[in-house]
Design a protein around this ligand. Structure first.
Ligand code: C2G
Length: 131
């Protein structure tokens, strides 16, 4: 069984995220999503999430491509995650191109094209303009 892992905040889940998850799943048979915790988002990514971790986890678990959701609590856990879950392929959108090449020692590393024109920031701005 080929296992794939990807990481992210996935807040205000949108079709760009789903496109990424669909293509990540196509690279194997089992997809794990390491979902950034609220603390990790705030402390490390300065992201304030609209939905908290539990709600974001619930949304991801409802996506047919996702087999398991685990917490992403720090930047350093990727190597141990890849080893612990016996991951074959690590996947990220290409806004992270090259940033995780150190994982090539442990698994395949694939950067997938981001879906253009959609982002949480874009959604928030569009909603504000509609007011
Ligand atoms: N994504 C995409 N297309 C978009 C928006 C996002 O393909 N229009 C991808 C991103 O490239 C990423 C995934 O969807 O691979 C999740 O996006 P975010 O939640 O923004 O992830 P990020 O905050 O970049 O967290 O340790 C890694 C970090 O946790 C990544």
């Amino acid at each position: 069984m080929r296992k794939v892992i990807t990481y992210g905040t996935f807040d205000l889940l949108h079709y760009g995220h789903v496109n990424l998850l669909r293509r990540a799943k196509e690279l194997g048979d089992y997809l794990i999503v390491a979902l950034s915790t609220d603390e990790f988002n705030w402390n490390e990514k300065q992201k304030v999430c609209y939905f908290n971790y539990e709600k974001r986890k619930q949304l991801l678990e409802a996506i047919r491509y996702v087999d398991l959701v685990i917490p992403e609590e720090n930047w350093e856990q990727k190597v141990s995650d890849v080893q612990e879950f016996k991951i074959d392929t690590f996947v990220m959108g290409n806004d992270w191109e090259g940033k995780f090449d150190f994982l090539k020692e442990y698994c395949d590393v694939v950067y997938l094209e981001r879906t253009p024109e959609i982002s949480t920031t874009q959604i928030k701005e569009n909603l504000k303009n509609k007011e």
